[in-house]
Write a protein that binds this ligand. Structure first.
Ligand code: MN
Length: 135
């Protein structure tokens, strides 16, 4: 069970991620722009951060730059959730400081397992994954 911050400006994607994480016993925190996301990181100390790239006020690259330049915050796993439209986007995301990425569109059958792969094992869900989940 983990407290997971989601920074996502698309309400449909945000609600889907909230729903899936809650279904597996996690506690999602929500921000719809980069600046609010950074505030919540400082205030709530989540165990993992899921972050869209295209965001109002401060985009995902700006969020990564801020978080990874601060010793107290850089250890929190920061995962990009984004559509990789262009060749080279993956490298750009990882070189910007993200610890990993999950491709959109979000796949409900595998999303939580993808997220939990980035969590310390003690915080991972003990729930049985859906039977149609890809191992
Ligand atoms: Mn967006």
């Amino acid at each position: 069970m983990a407290r997971i911050l989601i920074i996502e400006d698309n309400p449909t994607n945000l609600q889907l991620m909230v729903y899936l994480l809650e279904a597996f016993g996690h506690t999602p925190l929500e921000a719809m722009d980069g600046e609010t996301g950074l505030e919540l990181v400082r205030r709530e100390s989540p165990e993992l951060i899921l972050c869209d790239i295209h965001l109002p006020s401060l985009d995902g690259f700006g969020v990564a730059r801020q978080l990874k330049s601060q010793p107290g915050l850089r250890a929190i796993p920061l995962i990009a959730v984004t559509a990789l439209a262009m060749v080279g986007d993956r490298d750009r995301i990882l070189s910007a400081g993200f610890d990993g990425y999950i491709a959109k569109p979000i796949a409900p059958e595998t999303f939580v397992a993808q997220v939990e792969a980035f969590l310390p094992s003690t915080a991972a869900s003990s729930s049985t994954p859906p039977q149609d989940a890809t191992p």
